[in-house]
Design a protein around this ligand. Structure first.
Ligand code: LLP
Length: 402
């Protein structure tokens, strides 16, 4: 069924490939992409999937296949995207704090580039002058996003060139004869309110007269996804409507017909993914019943790093009586996935599925405690296919001088 993977499919994948296991649902990614393209059909809009959310090469290939472009945050992500088959013109490299040599490599690869410092902008201008159109990441000084760790557009943020340094940008553009094609902002992740994007656009619109060769307004990513079952994702139809009004009503932007770019990560791949784990130990400490699972912060760090909520479901005992559990990992430090969660009765050996694990799940995993990284499976057209093998002992020793 499009958009939905069943618990039976998750259980079957866990039985076939073992646990802990990341399972992704291809059709859900497509459904999310189509929501975006449908919402923005009235405007010249291109979506670049923020691949930092999940870079498995099979996911990248699928994203390419459904017609979406790709955004990268390191030169290695650029190389993975090209390896997955994206043509360079569908690849964007939004850099941050990087060595200029990576930008040179990106130019050699022929991909779009957004530059986020005066220093690299100047080096770029000196080396490439007007020959290679480029984008500038602006810090609009807007506070946005689900929490401070994922807010990037505010005054204390390292990201982008502060909008207050426009004079310095102009000086560099003028004396190195740069071709500024794109103005970019990305103010944070988990943004539900469309007006945050509108505020960002208003900041960029003020800059338009300063960059006569401008063709693209890139508003980054950050659309909210529902982590809690009672939450709603960003209303992309409303967002599209508000943004269109902004462009249509603006005296300069309205006439120039700018292209609009976005870089969604979570919106495309968060809900498609599940981390399926097995309950290893039940510990009734009187006040709390702990359900320990065979995964931990090494595999899904979001709860520990951002206090993020992930819905947890006992998929192997759906008829069990509901009671409260605290779900913990197997890592040698506190790694609580959820406290006092109401779950169907949990027994040792049951399978617990963590929802919304597609974005920044596997991608932020590590081998902490010398544990193996999980395997990854892609379910497409109802068929489960292994897309990454579980680590083995050799992987832990790989690269070590023995
Ligand atoms: N574009 C740029 C320049 C970004 O820095 C990011 C995310 C995105 C697009 C995609 O944002 P998204 O649509 O996924 O919200 N690890 C954190 C999120 C960090 C986001 C970093 N930048 C988490 O798990 O919540």
């Amino acid at each position: 069924m499009p958009g939905k993977i069943t618990n039976d499919q998750l259980i079957a994948a866990a039985n076939e490939f073992g646990t802990p296991l990341y399972v992704y649902h291809a059709e859900k990614i497509k459904e999310q992409y189509q929501k975006l393209t449908t919402a923005f059909a009235k405007q010249d809009t291109t979506f670049f999937y923020a691949s930092k959310a999940l870079t498995n090469i099979n996911i990248l290939r699928y994203i390419n296949e459904i017609g979406c472009n790709v955004d990268c945050s390191s030169i290695n992500e650029v190389k993975l995207a090209l390896h997955a088959g994206f043509p360079p013109e569908k690849v964007l490299y939004t850099s941050n704090g990087i060595d200029f040599s990576e930008i040179e490599e990106a130019v050699a690869a022929g991909v779009h580039i957004n530059i986020d410092s005066l220093s690299n902008l100047e080096k770029f201008g000196k080396k490439f002058g007007h020959s290679y159109p480029v984008g500038i990441r602006i810090r609009p000084n807007i506070m946005a996003g689900g929490n401070i760790k994922i807010s990037t557009g505010h005054e204390g943020s390292k990201f982008g060139i502060p909008v207050t340094q426009l004079d310095k940008i102009e000086e560099i553009v003028k004396h190195t004869n740069l071709f500024i094609r794109t103005l970019h902002i990305h103010t944070g992740s988990d943004i539900k309110d469309p007006d945050v994007f509108v505020k960002g656009i208003e900041v960029l619109f003020e800059l338009i007269p300063h960059f006569p060769e401008l063709e693209v307004i890139d508003l980054g990513g950050g659309f909210k996804v529902p982590y809690h079952t009672d939450e709603k994702e960003t209303d992309v139809n409303l967002l599209a409507q508000k943004i269109k009004e902004c462009f249509d009503n603006h005296p300069v932007a309205g006439n120039k017909k700018f292209k609009l770019w976005f870089e969604p990560g979570k919106f495309l791949v968060s809900a498609c993914g599940f981390l399926v784990s097995k309950v290893t130990v039940l510990k009734d400490n009187g006040a709390t019943v702990f359900a320990a699972v065979n995964t931990g912060l090494n595999h899904l760090i979001r709860p520990m790093m951002y206090d993020a909520y992930h819905h947890i479901e006992n998929i192997s005992n759906p008829a069990g009586e509901k009671r409260l559990y605290t779900i913990t990992g197997n890592i040698c430090e506190t790694d609580t996935f959820g406290s006092d969660r109401e779950l169907n009765e949990v027994r040792e050996g049951d399978l617990l599925a963590f929802h919304n694990a597609g974005a920044y799940g596997f991608e932020m995993s590590s081998n902490y405690n010398a544990r193996f990284k999980p395997a990854e499976v892609l379910v497409r057209d109802g068929k489960a296919q292994l897309i990454r093998k579980r680590d083995q002992m050799e992987d832990l020793l790989k690269n070590q001088i023995i």
